[in-house]
Design a protein around this ligand. Structure first.
Ligand code: AMP
Ligand code: GLY
Length: 424
């Protein structure tokens, strides 16, 4: 089977690496990491005609679209209309991520637990709402903002500043609509459902680390590290998530004429009482969660993705458990999550072993062949082990070896889980 993965970040490297075990893998545009496990094609995800050419030239059987941007722009629809088997939702279904106002309205209607919220298109009304609601508040650009469009505000004054910043165009068109919602307390959990729109199975759950700094301080990022398995994700909690969150959401999307096909990623807050609430939905695998979940999922990913993409009758396998623990530490460039420093030379990346692999995210090869930084999140140092603590140690040691000038990374990925292990 020939598979084309669209995208070029750490998630796409992980997808290519897993799929390359039993398929020939192509990646567009890819990165130096995907180029080591497959063939990179120099076509941007925004060029549907160029991708269709490549699909014909390389006799691609299955297209897997990694990032949210091309999904929201309708790439899956365009390729499907040309007869390709595509894994990933239509633009209509991808609105579950691309429009927070759409997602909130759908959840409120379907009775899916989520923070109370309102959507605004006018600054004055949003400011009035902020004034009338208790702190803390969360202010979000409705559109896509690379994981940086949510501002958690301890005070009303901060929330008002965030509202003004969003309406002043800080997030471009993503901020034309602004969602203000109440603050949820608890612990976050990333749950991934493979689905054909009706049936689903869960991949191992993961926990991300959104804040830049150790101890979960500093600005929100796209994610600085992740681990699996998560003890919090008990079978009883996951049953509840399927029943209260995933099935009603899929049914509501289907009823709205936007049947969902692909990975539905629920970003959840698990409250102190153990009840799940949706913080956000994403229309794709998490990044960096994919870099831990996919290598240990123990499923025949290729066959499931193909069956769903081809619209064949899909028999979901039983819920997946992680075969062993995995931890990834993101090594980011100086300046991230603002403007990252590009072109900085990166030390030699060690070859994968049974216990560790480095996934490339924002890297590029210079003309002289040296590896350089080319994005915010540069490399993902992934370690495996019998326990999360052992995997975390391997991941941390690997991240240290990848240090380049200005590199930023956290040494505490999986700290919650390791704390839980210590007390149980
Ligand atoms: P989002 O862009 O909606 O994924 O939000 C990014 C991050 O902001 C989440 O992963 C949470 O850490 C935090 N966040 C968003 N909404 C809330 C909320 N209602 N309550 C608490 N934290 C939130
Ligand atoms: N790691 C969070 C995301 O992929 O949105």
């Amino acid at each position: 089977m020939n598979i084309l993965v669209v995208g070029g970040g750490g998630r796409e490297h992980a997808l290519c690496w897993v799929l390359a075990h039993d398929a020939s893998v192509f990646c567009a545009p890819g990165n130096p990491g995907t180029g080591e496990v497959g063939t990179n094609l120099p076509v941007p995800a925004s060029d549907a005609a160029g991708l269709l050419d490549a699909i014909r030239t390389h006799q691609i059987d299955l297209v897997v679209i990694g990032p949210e941007g091309p999904l929201a722009d309708g790439l899956a629809d365009q390729l499907r209309a040309a007869g390709c088997a595509v894994f990933g939702p239509s633009a209509a279904a991808a609105r579950i991520e691309a429009s927070k106002s759409f997602a909130k309205a759908l959840m409120h209607e379907a009775g899916v637990p989520t923070a109370a919220s309102r959507t605004f298109t006018r600054e004055a009304e949003a400011l009035g709402y902020v004034d009338a609601h208790p702190e803390p508040l969360v202010v979000k650009a409705s559109g896509l903002a690379a994981g940086k469009g949510a501002v958690v505000c301890d005070t009303r004054r901060e929330a008002a500043d965030a509202v003004r910043a969003m309406f002043s165009g800080r997030f471009g068109a993503a901020g034309d609509e602004v969602v203000v919602e109440s603050f949820l307390t608890g612990e976050e959990l990333s749950v991934f459902a493979l689905t054909d729109g009706e049936r689903l199975t869960l991949l191992p759950s993961a926990q991300d680390h959104k804040r830049l700094g150790e101890g979960d301080v500093g600005p929100n990022t796209g994610g600085m590290g992740a681990y699996t398995p998560v003890r919090l994700a008990s079978p009883a909690l996951l049953d509840r998530v399927e029943r209260e969150v995933l099935h009603p959401t899929l049914a509501a999307l289907a009823a709205a004429g936007a049947r969902y096909q692909g990975v539905l990623y629920a970003g959840l807050m698990i409250g102190p009482d153990g009840a799940p609430s949706v913080v956000e939905f994403n229309c794709r695998f998490g990044d960096p969660e994919a870099q831990v979940v996919l290598p240990v999922a123990g499923l025949d990913l290729r066959d499931h993705l193909w069956t769903i993409a081809a619209g064949e009758t899909w028999r979901p396998p039983p819920r997946m458990e992680a075969r062993r623990a995995a931890v990834t530490t993101v090594v980011a460039a100086a300046g991230y999550p603002g403007a990252p420093e590009k072109g900085v030379a990166i030390p030699t990346v060690p070859a994968p072993t049974d216990d560790a692999i480095v996934f490339h995210a924002g890297t590029a090869r210079a003309a002289d062949g040296t590896l350089r930084t080319a994005g915010g999140r540069v490399l993902c140092a992934t370690g495996f082990g019998p326990t999360v603590a052992a995997a975390a140690e391997t991941s941390r040691e690997l991240a240290e070896r990848l240090r380049f000038p200005g590199a930023q990374y956290r040494r505490d990925i999986a700290w919650r889980e390791i704390g839980r292990a210590g007390t149980s």
